[in-house]
Ligand binder design. Structure first.
Ligand code: GLA
Length: 535
């Protein structure tokens, strides 16, 4: 049962001062590098970190973009009487600065770790007793000065075990930490917020990236779960700030012996298969997650090294538009994800066919569904192969697998915008609010529910018009029998006044436009927004 509210947008002058449609500037792309946690847990040392940094260079990974080395939990020593943090004297006998210096000398950036609260996760779960009181809480300025000005680190991951332990409010705490770091550090610092679920849209002001899930494990269920939790978060990756799907769980076979130290990933029989590794890496790339390798690089299997150095996949992740792909088709268990490359509504797009199911599945998508007129040129990014032209692309996708493609052709203007591609300012995964709810009657089999009330709107920031002009918009809600009279629509910041018959009049500018819907009272679930150009 669908309730279609026709909204006719006709010529209308935009009020002075409202946002004009424009092409956004290139943004900072997701981080790429290596992080110590998955392979070593708290059992790190200067020798281990420098060795892994060397391996990034030797294996050609740095030159493909993996140019950041992150020290995770486990480096902490006791605080001095004045509260100054020290480092673990056994693990880092010469201090932390020489390690950051060494990483810098290799042409890479150096990352460090802390907690928003008092104690570290390692002090709670890994018997790292020196992590008690090692968090930033009560030491923000002192630690920021030490980590970024004195030790010279460029990045910090800020966990939340101590924040939870101390009963702190995450938003207040992380915003305060950002404020202090920005005022104390003499250089820009990239911040990763590790709160294990999308905490709310405030997070993009506090962090450059943020974890959206619990810790990854090197098995298919874990990867599938993380992908599922990020499929509808594309609008929250914006302006060079990204959803972090966690470190890559690639390269785990029998390579976990070697340089001492216990691994977070104890030997299991269900490490990822090559197809699963393709899906894991391909999806992290197209969904614009940070790409942080987590295995011991020494023993990284050849097929994994080949996969993570695939420049065509990396280019999806490092594309200057900084977009996270969104779901354009969800048939059976399968998904098709897509994103623009290089230019908004331009000729090239990245496409992933994703089959999370336990059996192979055929996936077919028309060029029209991907936003093109006529045939598109198709390229297989995993096989590095041109696959000719087609107006319907069909592949059998292996169980737990992907087909990673780029397509090129003549674009059409998008006529349907799913609700689940839109930005919801009040969305959070840790409290009540808007939610992505499966609904078989919806166009993408998902609706956004729980909208309405103060500031609880839904915003499409990427409504595209090639030339600008008058458009008819339909807002499709589900179900039909819910009161919709209070729904207000605005275009590029200007309220669009309903006419007597309930229709709305406005004009879209050339390029990107913002369409926002809100309601003072609870709003029916939103399926999608449809556009038709009138002239
Ligand atoms: C949490 C984080 C992990 C890792 C550990 C360190 O579990 O989610 O990524 O940093 O803490 O203790």
């Amino acid at each position: 049962m669908k309730n279609v509210i026709p909204v006719i947008l006709a010529a209308m002058t935009l009020a002075a001062g409202c946002r004009q449609a424009s092409e956004p500037a290139p943004v900072k792309t997701p981080l790429m590098g290596w992080s110590s946690w998955n392979a070593y847990m708290v059992n790190i040392s200067d020798e281990i970190i420098c060795h892994e940094a060397d391996l990034l260079v030797e294996k050609g990974l740095r030159d493909k973009g993996f140019a950041q080395v992150n020290i995770d939990d486990g480096f902490f020593g006791p605080r001095t009487e004045d509260g100054v943090m020290t480092c673990n004297p056994q693990r880092f006998p010469d201090g932390m600065k020489p390690v950051a210096d060494y990483i810098h000398s290799l042409g890479m950036k150096a990352g460090i770790y802390s907690d928003a609260g008092d104690n570290t996760c390692g002090s709670m779960y890994n018997k790292d007793t020196l992590g008690v009181g090692a968090g930033l809480y009560m030491h923000d300025a002192q630690d920021a000065d030490l980590y970024f000005n004195q030790w010279d680190f460029d990045f910090i991951k800020i966990d939340y075990c101590g924040g939870r332990h101390a009963g702190l409010d995450e938003q207040d705490r992380y915003m305060e930490i950002r404020r202090v770091i920005d005022s104390v550090s003499t250089k820009p610092v990239s911040i990763n917020i590790c709160r294990w679920a999308y905490p709310g849209t405030w997070v993009s002001q506090a962090g450059d990236s943020w974890r959206t899930t619990g810790d990854i494990r090197p098995n298919w269920n874990s990867v599938k779960k993380i992908v599922g939790l990020n499929l509808y978060l594309s609008a929250f990756a914006r302006n060079g700030h990204y959803n972090d799907m966690d470190m890559l769980a690639l390269g785990y076979e029998d390579n976990q012996s070697g340089l001492g130290g216990e691994s977070a990933f104890v030997r299991t029989t269900d490490y990822l298969t090559p197809d699963e590794e393709d899906a894991h890496f391909g999806l992290w790339c197209i969904m614009d997650s940070p790409l942080l390798l987590g295995c011991r690089l020494e023993g990284m299997p050849e097929h994994t090294l080949e996969l993570v150095t695939n420049e065509e996949l990396i280019a999806l992740n490092q594309d200057p538009l900084g977009l996270q792909a969104h779901v354009v088709q969800h048939v059976g268990d399968t998904y098709v994800l897509v994103k623009d490359l290089l230019k908004r509504s331009g000729p090239r797009r990245g496409v992933a066919f994703y089959n999370p199911a336990d059996l192979p599945a055929k996936v077919s998508v028309s060029s029209a569904e991907l936003g093109y007129i006529g045939k598109v040129k198709v390229r297989d990014l995993l096989a590095h192969m041109d696959c000719g032209t087609a107006d319907c692309i069909s592949y059998e996708v292996p169980a737990h697998g992907v087909k990673m493609l780029s397509v090129e052709g003549r674009r059409t203007e998008q006529t349907l915008y799913e609700a689940e591609w839109a930005y919801a300012p009040k969305y959070t995964a840790i409290a009540q609010g808007p939610a992505f709810v499966p609904d078989e009657s919806a166009s993408g089999r998902t609706v956004v529910a729980g909208l309405g009330g103060e500031g609880n709107s839904l915003v499409w920031e990427d409504v595209w018009s090639d030339k600008g002009g008058s458009y008819a918009l339909e807002l499709v809600t589900i179900p039909a029998d819910v009161e919709t009279s209070g729904v207000a629509v605005s275009v590029n910041g200007t309220a669009v006044t309903p006419s007597v018959d309930g229709r709305y009049m406005a004009e879209l500018g050339k390029g990107l436009n913002t369409v926002s819907i809100s309601c003072v009272k609870p709003m029916p679930s939103v399926d999608c927004l449809k556009l038709e150009k009138l002239k």
